[in-house]
Ligand binder design. Structure first.
Ligand code: B1M
Length: 218
């Protein structure tokens, strides 16, 4: 693997947020595409940190510093991604957030960024978002896409609650609901009556465009 990507992986693993910003800028300067940096360095490195946490090699502080480094890297990448795709015509209006009880934000933000750079007007509600807040945001923005992220097995069920609340409010038909996050599966999406499921951020854009019948390339 390229040396610079390897350095980015190490910086994320060690949670070196200043160093990682520098390295990501360097990688862009020598011609790496933002998606290559994301897919070949940042995302696998973050996944590896999670695996080390799961097996007891890393502890919560490791997760926190690595997540912070990931966010810093995203701050550098996001404007570049936006700049490169800003000519796209509007694909739709999306509301997105991580569900109540869950503060994992990186995957959700990545999905929001990818939707945004692919022509969606994105209203990112952040993390720990109640079903009620999702419902009012859909009503207020007139969104035709709602993205619900959940990273914990204990918070996946809130995705079902949100869909139920949309039905209660009489606006379920107005909006396509897509769900995702590490524990979420297609079977779960079907079970709770979501319109779509995606395993990653690019998949989220693909399914959103398909559901809303938007033409064009990602
Ligand atoms: Co947490 N955490 N965490 N954590 N954390 C996981 C999720 C875990 C799998 C780690 C592990 O044990 N291996 C585990 C969950 C176990 C489970 O329920 N199955 C876990 C746990 C247990 C916890 C705590 C309970 C730990 C504790 O306190 N004891 C706690 C819970 C806090 C809470 O939310 N209430 C907690 C806390 C944290 C931190 C705050 C330290 C930090 C988050 C910081 C932040 O976001 N600002 C953190 C982190 C960093 C992780 C891991 C290591 C990495 C998550 C991440 O950012 N991945 C994670 C392990 C893992 O997932 N491997 C873990 C990178 C990101 C790009 O991927 O978020 O999966 P991801 O998003 C992907 C896809 O999932 C998908 O696309 C994204 C891009 O490709 N996707 C969607 C996501 N949302 C989507 C929505 C869509 C479509 C696709 O449509 C709408």
């Amino acid at each position: 693997m390229d040396e610079i990507l390897q350095k980015i992986i190490s910086a994320l693993d060690e949670g070196e947020d200043e160093q990682i910003s520098l390295l990501v800028r360097q990688a862009l300067a020598i011609g790496f595409e933002p998606m290559t940096i994301l897919e070949n360095a940042l995302v696998p490195a973050m996944t590896r940190v999670g695996e080390k946490f799961a097996c007891g090699e890393y502890f919560l502080p490791n997760l926190i510093v690595s997540a912070e480094a990931m966010k810093q890297a995203m701050f550098v990448l996001e404007p570049v991604m936006r700049q490169r795709q800003q000519m796209l015509k509007r694909a739709g209006v999306a509301v997105i957030g991580t569900v109540q009880g869950d503060i994992h934000e990186i995957g959700k933000t990545l999905v929001g960024t990818m939707l945004s750079v692919n022509g969606f007007e994105v209203h990112d509600l952040g993390v720990d978002v109640t079903p009620e807040k999702f419902v009012s945001a859909v009503a207020e923005t007139g969104a035709n896409l709602l993205g619900l992220s959940a990273l914990l097995t204990t918070t996946m069920t809130v995705q079902r609650d949100v869909i139920q609340k949309l039905e209660d409010a009489g606006i379920r038909e107005q909006v396509k609901v897509i769900v995702g996050g590490a524990p979420v599966t297609r079977a779960w999406a079907d079970e709770i009556g979501a319109d779509g499921y995606a395993e990653d951020a690019i998949g989220a854009v693909e399914i959103a465009r398909r559901l809303l019948d938007v033409e064009g390339i990602i």
